[in-house]
Design a protein around this ligand. Structure first.
Ligand code: KG4
Ligand code: ZN
Length: 330
């Protein structure tokens, strides 16, 4: 099963991709719904579902066309079936089932979070394992130990906001548009991170868990003193990134590992990459997703699906149900 169609509709990106042998990306089409959600300052679930329903088939057709293949060349369909917005998942999964049924080919449902980590391995021939995995997206912030593809131990999660969500909410407090991550990064370049002081979230006796809602509240209070917004952006970004880096390095040390894979939209942040490079011991290697694979996309879904199918050797049943909130299970 080497030619795989990937489908991604877990949140506010409608995406389809054709990938060969889990690696070679022939097309990676992403229809971003940012314009639809911007006026709400975040994802409006009902509108996300409607948009997926409108554009998914055209997006799939474009992925097939750009890849230069025929529909009938597709050998496997891989769809993100968990976690995500329930309605949004249903549209991707139902479409995948209908296509698999019509084309008489197998399909598999894969985990979107696992796919974010696969994105950081996709370009490697033999990804070093075991390793630590860090997922930093709009919906998830998790640290885990990766034994092998599909075999993970969760070390920590966010107990409230995901780090991308914290960037988005802080951006709103700073009057910046959605999505806030790139906007904060831009503004932070003009600021002085030492002018305002923020503390990262710490959870007693849970060194690998995260909490970002307190950081956001500190920004809210800081803004009442009318500070320079760029200084606030710089200090917020620095505090959030140092928190991610220090907990990841602690996990590497605790498990005597020297490889880390990082995935999710916040992995686009240049300052996060700089701090990781500055602070990591010299024997530690960090793998980041290649261009186009950090934010939600279907190439990572197709790539992972290739391996999932190889392992299970059968199609998922047609009564597979999407799972909106299985952050802790794979
Ligand atoms: O992985 P992703 O596309 O979607 C989810 O699975 O949630 O991540 C989207 C998140 C948003 O919260 C966005 O603000 C954040 O990634 N993001 C960034 C940057 N680019 C995107 N956060 C910080 N710095 C960036 N450069
Ligand atoms: Zn994602």
């Amino acid at each position: 099963m080497s030619i795989v169609l990937g489908i991604e509709t877990t949140c506010d990106e409608t995406a389809a991709s054709i990938v060969v042998d889990g690696k070679k990306i022939l097309s990676n089409v992403v229809f971003s719904q940012i314009e639809t959600h911007r006026e709400f300052g975040g994802v409006f679930p009902e509108l996300a579902c409607r948009k997926h329903a409108d554009v998914l088939i055209p997006v799939i057709e474009e992925a097939i066309q750009v890849a230069g293949i025929k529909k009938t060349d597709i050998e496997l369909i891989s769809v993100a079936s968990r976690p995500g917005l329930m309605g949004a998942l249903l549209i991707g999964l139902s479409t995948a089932k209908a296509l698999a049924y019509a084309l008489k080919i197998p399909y598999v449902g894969v985990n979107h979070i696992e796919a974010h980590l696969y994105a950081a391995q996709m370009h490697l021939d033999n990804p070093p394992l075991p390793a630590i995995g860090l997922i930093v997206s709009g919906g998830h912030t998790s640290l885990l130990k990766m034994e092998n593809l599909g075999a993970y131990t969760f070390l920590g999660n966010t107990l409230d906001d995901a780090v991308g969500e914290a960037f988005d909410k802080t951006a709103r407090l700073l009057d910046l548009p959605y999505p806030g991550g790139p906007e904060i990064e831009k503004l932070a370049k003009l600021g002085d991170k030492s002018k305002v002081f923020f503390k990262p979230g710490r959870i007693k006796e849970k060194p690998f868990h995260f909490s970002f809602s307190g950081l956001k509240t500190q920004v809210l209070y800081a803004m009442k003193k009318n500070p320079n917004r760029a200084d606030v952006a710089a200090s917020f970004q620095e505090t959030a990134c140092i928190d991610l880096v220090s907990k990841s390095l602690l996990a590497l040390e605790k498990f005597s590992l020297n490889t880390i894979y990082i995935g999710g939209g916040v992995s686009n942040n240049r300052r996060l990459r700089e701090i990781f490079e500055e602070k990591k011991p010299s024997d530690v290697t960090i793998f980041w997703p290649e261009i186009g694979l950090s934010l939600d996309n279907a190439a990572m879904i197709a790539g992972l699906g290739y391996h999932v199918y190889k392992e299970k050797k059968c199609s998922d049943p047609f009564d597979l149900t999407p799972m909106p909130t299985n952050r802790l299970q794979f």
